[in-house]
Ligand binder design. Structure first.
Ligand code: 5RP
Length: 220
C-alpha cells in the first residue's frame, strides 16, 4: 500500500466515528483532506463542520458541506485530524501545516479526538519532527531566545504566515520525554500563541494505517 492509500484507508475508517445529525470538527493537512473527501459522501447525515484552517474551510465548502463558525456551536462530538508524530500515550506533535492554534482550539471544544495517521507517524519519543510554535511577530526575538533555553534549536519558518497573521518557529532537536511538562512550560512564554504539542489534550483514539489494515489504538 502507498502512503496515499494508507491515508485514504484511515480517513474512511474515521467516518465510523461520525455522530449522525451533529457537527464534525475537521483538521488540516493531506490526511484531513482525505477525511473531507469521505465526509462529503455522507454530508446529508451531518449538520455540518467546523474548520481548523482556511484551507480546510474552502475544501469543505467546495464539497457542499456547511461550515459553522466555532462561536455559533455549543459542542462538537468529534474532531478528526492528522498529526506529524504520535506516541503511545496519544500525545502528538502537530502543526507541520501551520494550523496548530486553530486545530488546538477546535480539539479543545470537541468531546472525542480521532487522530488519523499512517504507520510512519507512530514514534516511541516525540521530537524528531521539529515542534512548531506560533508566535506574535513582535515577540519573535524574545521567543527564540526563550525557546533556545529549552535545549532545542528554534528556526523561523521563512515566508510563512498563519491564518491568524502570526509566524511559526520550528523547534528542532528535542527529545520530548515529559510532553505535558514541556507543553505547560512553552505555554508560559509571553509572545507564544500556542505550540504544536498536543499533550495536555491528547487524542482519544488513533486510527493507524498499516500494510495489514487500519489499527485502532487508545492510550497505554
Ligand atoms: C497541520 C497539521 C497536520 O495534521 C499535520 O501536519 C499532518 O499533516 P499530513 O496529514 O499532511 O501529514 O498539524 O497543521
Amino acid at each position: 500500500m502507498t502512503q496515499d492509500e494508507l491515508k485514504k484507508a484511515v480517513a474512511r475508517a474515521a467516518v465510523a466515528h461520525v455522530v449522525e445529525g451533529e457537527i464534525v470538527g475537521v483538521g488540516t493537512g493531506s490526511t484531513a483532506n482525505c477525511f473531507i473527501d469521505e465526509l462529503a459522501l455522507i454530508r446529508h447525515r451531518i449538520r455540518g463542520a467546523v474548520a481548523s484552517s482556511e484551507a480546510t474551510r474552502r475544501r469543505l465548502e467546495e464539497h457542499g458541506i456547511t461550515v459553522f463558525d466555532l462561536n455559533d456551536v455549543d459542542q462538537i462530538p468529534l474532531y478528526v485530524d492528522g498529526a506529524d508524530e504520535i506516541n503511545e500515550a496519544m500525545q502528538m506533535i502537530k502543526g507541520g501545516g501551520g494550523a496548530l492554534t486553530r486545530e488546538k482550539i477546535v480539539a479543545a471544544v470537541s468531546r472525542k479526538f480521532v487522530c488519523i495517521v499512517d504507520r510512519s507517524k507512530l514514534v516511541p519519543v516525540l521530537g524528531r519532527f521539529p515542534l512548531p510554535v506560533e508566535v506574535i511577530p513582535m515577540a519573535l526575538g524574545h521567543v527564540q531566545r526563550e525557546l533556545a533555553c529549552l535545549g532545542g534549536i528554534p528556526l523561523l519558518r521563512t515566508g510563512f504566515v498563519t491564518d491568524n497573521g502570526n509566524l511559526i518557529v520550528d523547534l528542532h532537536g528535542l527529545q520530548i520525554v515529559d510532553a505535558v511538562g514541556l507543553e505547560t512550560r512553552i505555554n508560559q512564554i509571553v509572545g507564544i500563541v500556542t505550540s504544536g504539542l498536543f499533550a495536555c489534550r491528547p487524542a482519544d483514539v488513533c486510527l493507524l494505517g498499516t500494510a495489514t489494515g487500519v489499527q485502532t489504538l487508545t492510550a497505554v
